[in-house]
Design a protein around this ligand. Structure first.
Ligand code: PLP
Length: 381
């Protein structure tokens, strides 16, 4: 048989699948994968049922490739209301199969073989796959634990004449960091001075506890060069619906859409209808959503502290990191935790390419029922 694509041949099983498999085998409580072990809001699920019953109106057939207009209008209205960002519903918003498809299509649409992309590590694993499938090269720069600050000089040193894009993930998985305005301004100034695209992955935009989220595109001169990506998976606890979007200038969205149309063409129609209706009622929902997740964060963080672990308090996302004692290794520690304590978490070395820092850090997910969190804490004590 002939060989496969050389990039694909190098892909390994994701750490999330490996840990979940081990958790099942060992009957461990799974705090590894980043999704809730409880259902999304009933009222949103009911909206989907209603949409499914509207088949006579064509709602069970292909949706428009850019996404249904009412969803794009709802997304546009939210950006305007929440952040004073103006994205045209007709030309500057594309609905995608989750943020993952948006990341993938954006990389294929904008990168050429040989281009370089600066990514702040630790980073979400699909960036590497998307960049490499586009034939481009990832250039990691490490955010330093425990505060996950970057050194601007290291970013400047990573720049070459081939650098085309910078990826920012804010709020940041796995650290829970929420970028300050001063940090974002510095990164944006760097992007503007060097004429870079900025892909800003903001899927946790509503999971911030003490600080407000600042979309990259709101910074001076940034809207035209920023590719803003978000998703309803995290915000509505419906990760299985895979409804996300990408917003940018008309030219960039038109390029990304060309990949999307030959990749999936469109996103599940009735779920788009439900999301369009849900986004219109988001204001009341988000208040409760945030306070619930803040409560869960405090429950897990305080419990881990009581168990004697060196846990970092996240400002955003639904992850908390634990720094391991000197001499421990994240992968061995996670395996031991699954077998001996029946709790599965993620070794963060999987999020790093350059630095060894991940070997002394593990990630806990608190998007879980209180009972799950309490049982995990009991096992850890
Ligand atoms: C930083 C980040 N970006 C993107 C995604 C994927 O989002 P979606 O499920 O909408 O594809 C995730 C999911 O865990 C994530 O953590």
């Amino acid at each position: 048989m002939k060989s496969m694509n050389h990039v694909v041949s190098n892909f390994k099983e994701s750490i999330f699948s490996t840990m979940t498999k081990m958790a099942i085998e060992n009957k461990a409580i799974n705090l590894s994968q980043g999704f809730p072990d409880f259902d999304g809001p009933k009222w949103v699920i009911n909206l989907a049922k209603e949409a499914l019953d509207e088949g006579h109106l064509g709602k069970n057939q292909y949706a428009p490739s850019m996404g249904i207009l009412s969803l794009r209008e709802a997304i546009s209205a939210n950006y305007k209301k929440l952040y004073h960002l103006d994205y045209s519903a007709s030309s500057e918003i594309l609905v995608t199969n989750g943020a993952t498809e948006a990341i993938f299509c954006a990389c294929l649409a904008l990168l050429n073989p040989g281009d370089e992309v600066i990514v702040l590590e630790p980073f979400y694993d699909s960036y590497l796959a998307a960049i490499e499938l586009a034939g481009a090269k990832i250039v990691p720069v490490t955010l330093k634990a425990p505060n996950f600050t970057y050194d601007i000089n290291e970013i400047k040193e990573a720049l070459t004449d081939k650098t085309k894009m910078l990826i920012i993930n804010n709020p940041h998985n796995p650290s829970g960091k929420v970028y300050d305005k001063s940090e974002l301004s510095e990164l944006c100034q760097f992007a503007c001075e060097n004429d870079l695209y900025v892909m800003s992955d903001e899927v946790y935009e509503f999971l911030t506890f003490e600080k407000a989220h600042i979309p990259t595109a709101t910074l001076e001169n940034m809207k035209e060069r920023t590719i803003t990506i978000s998703s309803t998976g995290k915000t509505f606890g419906l990760t299985g619906w895979k409804i996300g979007w990408v917003c940018s200038s008309e030219t960039i969205i038109s390029a990304i859409h060309k990949v999307h149309q030959f990749n999936v063409f469109c996103v599940a129609h009735p779920l788009q209808v439900a999301m369009a209706r849900a986004l219109e009622k988001m204001d009341e929902y988000i208040i409760e959503f945030k306070s619930e997740y803040k409560r869960k964060r405090d429950l897990l963080v305080n419990g881990l502290k009581d168990a004697g672990l060196n846990v970092l308090n996240p400002a955003g996302t639904y992850f908390a990191l634990v720094m391991l004692p000197e001499g421990e290794n994240d992968v061995d520690y996670c395996k031991k935790l699954i077998v001996e304590n029946k709790v599965a978490v993620i070794p963060t070395s999987a999020f790093y390419l350059k630095s060894d820092e991940g070997k002394r850090i593990v990630r806990f997910c608190f998007a879980k029922q209180d009972e799950t969190l309490l049982n995990a804490l009991k096992n850890l004590k």
